[in-house]
Design a protein around this ligand. Structure first.
Ligand SMILES: [Zn+2]
Length: 174
């Protein structure tokens, strides 16, 4: 099954989809990623595609995320954009013994995803975890304009006047 226009479900029900395969392509909104929303915004759309399929008895989840996140520069407090374009791969294993079959791929155990006949892969949560891991601890512009200012000498001059800024610099150097 392929869906392109519906929202990505929070969970992929493995009993329903593992054998026939689950595919989804679309856009995620910041409202669907509440933990990320505490630290970032999405500039435009965050494009995502998800493919879950069983190969040789192992369930593989492949997904991609691409878009631009907006963070706040910790120095000047202005927006800082962060491109993200990542591919992720994760196996769902029936038991630890199957790790021998997946090289060093990341994995989850089926037992961690539920019990009985109900196993849910929390796809949105996984995506959000990866996005959060990719955020810098202390985001700063590489060429942050605030770098030239000491904390105790906040700009007195209008910022859009290059001569005033130059004069300020000369004052500090002498
Ligand atoms: Zn900055």
């Amino acid at each position: 099954m392929t869906t392109t226009d519906k929202q990505l479900p929070a969970n992929i029900m493995l009993e329903k989809w593992a054998d026939i395969g689950f595919f989804w392509q679309g856009a995620l909104t910041i409202a669907e990623l509440p933990r990320l929303a505490e630290q970032a915004e999405i500039d435009g759309v965050l494009a995502a595609s998800v493919a879950l399929a069983k190969t040789d008895g192992i369930i593989w989840l492949n997904y991609q995320l691409s878009g631009t996140l907006l963070l706040q520069c910790q120095r000047c407090l202005e927006p800082l954009s962060l491109q993200t374009q990542e591919q992720y791969r994760l196996a769902v294993l029936a038991d630890e013994a199957q790790t021998a079959l997946i090289d060093d791929a990341d994995y989850l155990l089926l037992d961690e995803l539920g019990a009985g006949n109900v196993h849910k892969l929390p796809i949105k949560q996984l995506m959000e975890d990866e996005l959060l891991l990719g955020l810098p601890l202390s985001p700063r512009h590489d060429d942050c304009q605030m770098l030239i200012n000491d904390d105790d000498t906040q700009e007195q001059e209008p910022e859009d006047n290059p001569f005033a800024i130059l004069a300020g610099l000369k004052g500090k150097l002498s």
